[in-house]
Design a binder for this molecule. Structure first.
Ligand SMILES: *[C@@H]1O[C@H](CO)[C@@H](O)[C@H](O)[C@H]1NC(C)=O
Ligand SMILES: *[C@@H]1O[C@H](CO)[C@@H](O)[C@H](O)[C@H]1NC(C)=O
Ligand SMILES: *[C@@H]1O[C@H](CO)[C@@H](O)[C@H](O)[C@H]1NC(C)=O
Ligand SMILES: *[C@@H]1O[C@H](CO)[C@@H](O)[C@H](O)[C@H]1NC(C)=O
Ligand SMILES: *[C@@H]1O[C@H](CO)[C@@H](O)[C@H](O)[C@H]1NC(C)=O
Length: 332
């Protein structure tokens, strides 16, 4: 009873309002808006889609428009509108997965599954490639990204050093543990390897005080905490074991974290029985809220769950829209 009261007191606006669900439709026939970013003016979401473009959503027109691309060889004729996951097309078109703004400069950092780490200015266009490898090991496919707004450092993850994105199911099946947590310093233009041996490192987010980052491990079904500062600096620990596969992790308004998890309930064909779920962790990584998104996403795997302006944005590789829940998470 007491704990319920504490939860109610900590999330009053969320608990006492009714939920609405709206779809921000992607331009037909594209799909795969997996993750998002909002700029310093609160505009967006910006999102990367399966054909390699980064789009920006305009509230006034209620539609997405082109913002940026990551591949210098991208041809609109070949790439626009394709949802073709071949490596050949990926190399040419790009596949942006993780996005994050440096809010003071307006620069958008991009973790792309084929083009590595890059950055693009306020006006968009072709991004500038910053790195495609670290410590001599090429990125397999980058996925998670977050920018430390205090230092400008960019934290990002390579899911695996061995597999490309379209072979990811094999990485999971073979329990691949070549994922890495990386840091890019814009002042030195250098990438540092912070953690190796991660099992499907799909997402990362920095804490509100900049003292640690969380990393989601899709394959190991857990969340890792890596300390950046203090007595435990450079030490990592497993903080949560989950009953499903986490994709992205994002920091929310009050310093908590939102994680998407895909709970596979089936035995023979797990994807037929997946329950896409959003969870909220407090700053100490305790699970505070949990909500099934089955009603809107059926059994589709979800990508990022991000809170912005009192709404919850949900992405998926497998939908042609970005889902928006207002006012946000409600208790299960
Ligand atoms: C882009 O095109 C150039 C010139 O044709 C080629 O050298 C390069 O390998 C291509 N890059 C990619 C990523 O396909
Ligand atoms: C996907 O692209 C590959 C290589 O460009 C091509 O061979 C294949 O036919 C395409 N598949 C579809 C479904 O368009
Ligand atoms: C590409 O991937 C999406 C989602 O991962 C899938 O729905 C689609 O069928 C795939 N397309 C091809 C041509 O394989
Ligand atoms: C990004 O943001 C940080 C903190 O606001 C700032 O120190 C840094 O110079 C910015 N620019 C770049 C290119 O990192
Ligand atoms: C996967 O690999 C990790 C270490 O790399 C190991 O701890 C774990 O037991 C393995 N899991 C399975 C199911 O093989």
């Amino acid at each position: 009873m007491l704990s319920i009261l504490i939860i109610l007191l900590s999330f009053p606006s969320i608990v006492f309002s009714t939920q609405s669900f709206k779809k921000l439709q992607l331009p037909s026939p594209t799909m795969g808006a997996d993750s998002f970013a909002f700029d310093s003016l609160g505009k967006g979401p910006y999102t990367g889609i399966a054909d390699g473009r980064i789009l920006k959503y305009y509230e006034a027109s209620g539609a997405f428009a082109d913002f940026a691309v990551t591949s210098p060889n991208r041809s609109r004729v070949v790439c626009d509108g394709t949802n073709n996951n071949s490596t050949k097309l990926g190399n040419q078109c790009g596949r942006p997965l993780g996005l994050g703004f440096n809010k003071s400069t307006g620069d958008l950092y991009i973790a792309d599954a084929y083009q590595g780490l890059s950055v693009v200015g306020r006006n968009g266009g072709l991004s500038t490639q910053l790195a495609t490898s670290a410590d001599g090991v090429p990125f397999g496919f980058l996925s998670g990204l977050d920018v430390d707004q205090q230092t400008g450092h960019v934290y990002f993850t390579d899911v695996t050093s061995v597999y490309k994105i379209n072979d990811f199911p094999w990485a999971v099946a073979f329990n691949d543990s070549t994922g890495r947590l990386l840091k890019y310093d814009p002042k030195t233009n250098k990438v540092t390897v912070l953690l190796t041996d991660l099992l499907g490192a799909t997402g990362t987010a920095i804490s509100a005080d900049g003292s640690f980052v969380l990393i989601t491990e899709f394959t190991a079904k857990r969340i890792i905490k890596y300390w950046l500062k203090g007595p435990k600096a450079d030490i990592s620990e497993v903080i949560v074991h989950l009953n499903g596969r986490p994709n992205k992790v994002k920091r929310a308004a009050k310093g908590e974290f939102l994680v998407s998890i895909n709970i596979e309930k089936g035995f023979l064909v797990p994807e037929l029985f997946t329950v896409p779920t959003a969870i909220r962790l407090n700053a100490n990584a305790r699970i505070m809220e949990k909500k099934s998104l089955r009603a809107q996403y059926n059994t589709k795997f979800i990508g990022e769950v991000q809170e912005f302006g009192g709404a919850l944005y949900v992405g998926s590789m497998f939908t042609d829209f970005v889902g928006v829940y207002k006012p946000g998470l409600t208790l299960h």
